[in-house]
Design a protein around this ligand. Sequence first.
Ligand code: 13P
Ligand code: 13P
Ligand code: MG
Ligand code: MG
Length: 371
Amino acid sequence: MKVTLSVIKADVGGYVGHSATHPKLIEATEKVLQEAKDRGMLIDFFVGKVGDDINLIMTHQMGVDNEEIHKLAWDAFLAATEVAKELKLYGAGQDLLSDTFSGNVKGMGPGVAEMEFEERPSEPVVVFMADKTSPSAWNLPLYEMFADPMNTSGLVIDPKMHEGFTFEVLELKTGETFLIPTPEGLYDLLALLGSITRYVVTRVFRRKDGEIAAAASSQRLSLIAGKYVGKDDPVMIVRSQSGFPAIGEILEPFAKPFYVEGWMRGSHMGPLMPVPMHMANVSRFDGPPRVVALGFQLANGKLIGPRDLFDDPAYEPVRQEIHQMANIMRRMGIFEPSRLPEDEMEYTALPQIIERVKGYTQEIKGDFEHD
Ligand code: 13P
Ligand code: 13P
Ligand code: MG
Ligand code: MG
């Protein structure tokens, strides 16, 4: 049977500050989705959380970009926003209402990762959800999962994967998309993906048969390219096993920690920490950025799971290493590369600062002239 897996996320209020979600918000979204399940609109759902973001993981048969499904998600977020307003949580409705000022220039609406496929005899999938980072956080791990044989042995030894994968890449400033086949286009792919402020992966396809292998929430950014397309805590779906990377190959890139854009005020570089959901509340300098991986087996669209995949002592040394990487960046404080370059920051106080500095300059010059 054909199944659509839709993951739609939003931040509709932080508890406390931008550090976590309040349980009552999760309950409010669950209520709306349960009603849709009872009506038969959804086959199944699970509401996940990471930091201050709520992630609606839904299965149905209505295809991608379905208006009713998107409206359902919107309604679930509106219900949660009502609760967030009552509790006066921070930035209530942040990703829904443009009239709610939360201290940054976001508010572009929920993020979406979706795919439709014929459910295989066994269909393992992984839903990644991250907070305090941007969609380009997936660039490095997607390259390793689908194009690096030192990470994914299956590329070499599984005949179904041996022809490689095609990456769909979005240029954030123009909205142009490119299709790059690997392995032959690998160096071209990396030339783009290494530029994390400019290019993001939107989808990955298996070359042997064109099957969709991965979809990331960056896709929607093409609609608003040309404007500020900045950091939007991202989600991603990856299919696994039998001709796709094994679960362990999908998770392995996160065992080699790397720096991503985001962290405090969306304006810094920080290491991405793989955590189970119960460790996904962000306190240190509003971070470090977190990633959660929820594994499901689909059974006729039913979500069997989640298995909280980073809930494994094997990631403890990884997290220790990340504390060191975080310390090293924090020593740099407000200096680049700890702070992002000017045009990548979510906060844009610099124009006013330049005006003030010009003012000082005039005053001081005047004083000199009197002397
Ligand atoms: P599959 O080819 O069945 O996905 O098996 C690969 C695997 O899981 C080995 O770790
Ligand atoms: P969020 O994007 O997760 O709401 O965080 C914003 C922020 O400014 C954190 O310091
Ligand atoms: Mg927030
Ligand atoms: Mg967030």
